[in-house]
Ligand binder design. Structure first.
Ligand code: GLU
Length: 433
């Protein structure tokens, strides 16, 4: 085409999603727009960040226990592979969509670069309520999904891990299915595996530990003592409960917890030595006795110093941002704060440690697991935790310096640090052909 002839209109699979200002992909796009002014010359590559490299939609048909056949929709999106293989979890949830998985994959790209792991970003999911499946059905669905995405995953290509409603057992089935299909045991194809299958010590609690480490550092900078600090946790799965335990060990009081079974409050501090066994037994906190029960919406008014959203995207809306009492918000979840709420909290002087650094502890220990699998040499839990602490502290320090230099929020600073690394790799590799 000659330089003067008009370009034909560009079509793209991006037209299959209709992001809004508060939807996950819309939230991500606005976060990218905010960082572009700080990228200098690298900004010419910024469009790369707004386009997932590859998105696979798969049909997952399954014969149910009652003999009927049902179809589930699954996804694997590889957002960016400039810095290494794709990395990111797999989510089973009835609200999973292509748009959500795109955003989650993009946040993985930013997160991995923020802590300087040699990975790109990816994410997967199946639109299903796994609580309605038997164990046999869960296994069948996982194995068929793994076979379907098997054409794009692999230890050097894209490495799934646990996310919402997935766990070590599901990773074991994924590893086995991939290995059966390729004819060789490939432990490095997924992380978050059980210990006997090449899993890493410390992986299960790593995301919560990272939330604690970044929270501890942020509190120190704010001059807030953790001893006696009041913490409210929204979402009490793996991330929220592990973080809560570490804050409690540091002397903080867990004053409110919310999960899918209810909202519980105790201004004197919930007794985790009783709450945790109940959580393991019942899969939720709703029936706990040592507390007051509150309406779910009232959670956002709870008097607290630290708020940890550790469930799903978009829960901190503009309306709730006005009501939040905390001075410090630690984003254990991915994408919990919509852009307008981000601005409101910032204007109110509330410090947010953003998801893309706050919850990076999980993928950091996933990286340790992957490295251990390749070398077939396994580290002690102490070594894992010490290395994790150092990576998180160093990454946060660099982000904080960047925020001070540019006078931006920690979110934009994290994006600035990460996007610079991603786009330098992009530029150095060059455009092919
Ligand atoms: N699902 C986790 C996250 O959102 C961990 C991903 C991984 O370990 O690859 O960061």
């Amino acid at each position: 085409m000659s330089p003067t002839s008009p370009m034909p209109p560009q079509t793209s699979f991006l037209s299959y999603v209709t992001p809004s200002p508060t939807s996950p992909w819309g939230t991500y796009l606005s976060q990218v727009d905010r960082v572009v002014p700080y990228l200098g010359e690298l900004g010419r590559w910024a469009e790369t960040l707004k386009r997932p490299k590859r998105a696979l939609i798969v049909d997952v048909p399954m014969e149910m226990d009652d003999g009927s056949v049902r179809h589930f929709e699954g996804y694997r999106v590889q957002h960016n592979l400039s810095r290494g293989p794709g990395k990111g979890g797999v989510r089973y949830h009835p609200d999973v969509t292509l748009e959500e998985v795109m955003a989650l994959s993009a946040w993985m790209t930013v997160k991995c670069a923020a802590v300087n792991l040699p990975y790109g970003g990816a994410k997967g999911g199946i639109r299903v309520d796994p609580k309605l499946l038997s164990l046999k059905e869960l296994e069948k669905m996982t194995r068929r999904y793994t076979s379907e995405i098997g054409i794009i995953i692999g230890p050097q290509r894209d490495i799934p891990a646990p996310d919402v409603n997935t766990n070590g057992q599901i990773m074991a089935w994924m590893m086995d299915t991939y290995s059966m299909n390729t004819g060789a045991t490939a432990t490095g194809v997924v992380t978050g595996k059980p210990i006997h299958l090449g899993g890493s010590l410390g992986r299960v609690k790593a995301t919560g530990r990272g939330v604690f480490v970044t929270g501890r550092e942020a509190a120190r900078r704010l001059g807030m003592s953790l001893d006696g600090a009041r913490v409210a946790v929204q979402g009490f799965g793996n991330v929220g409960s592990s973080a809560a335990e570490l804050f409690a060990q540091a002397g903080a009081k867990i004053v409110a917890v919310q999960d899918h079974t209810g909202t519980i409050v105790n201004t004197g501090g919930l007794d985790l030595s009783e709450l945790m066994p109940l959580l393991r037994r019942e899969g939720g906190i709703g029936t706990f006795a040592g507390c007051e029960k509150a309406a779910d919406e009232d959670f956002w008014d709870v008097d607290c110093d630290i708020l940890i959203p550790a469930a799903l995207e978009g829960v901190i809306t503009a309306a709730r941002a006005h009501r939040i009492k905390a001075k410090l918000v630690l984003e254990g979840a991915n994408g919990p704060t919509v852009p307008e709420a981000d601005d409101i909290l910032h204007d109110r002087g509330v410090l947010i440690v953003p998801d893309v650094i706050c919850n990076a502890g999980g993928v950091t220990v996933s990286y340790f697991e992957w490295v251990q699998d390749f070398s077939s040499f396994f580290w002690t839990e102490d070594e894992i935790n010490v290395r994790l602490d150092k990576i998180m502290v160093d990454a946060l320090r660099k982000i904080w310096d960047t925020a001070d230099r540019h006078k931006t929020t920690l979110r934009t600073a994290t994006f600035a640090v990460a996007c610079e690394r991603i786009l330098i790799a992009r530029e150095e590799r060059g455009l092919y052909p």
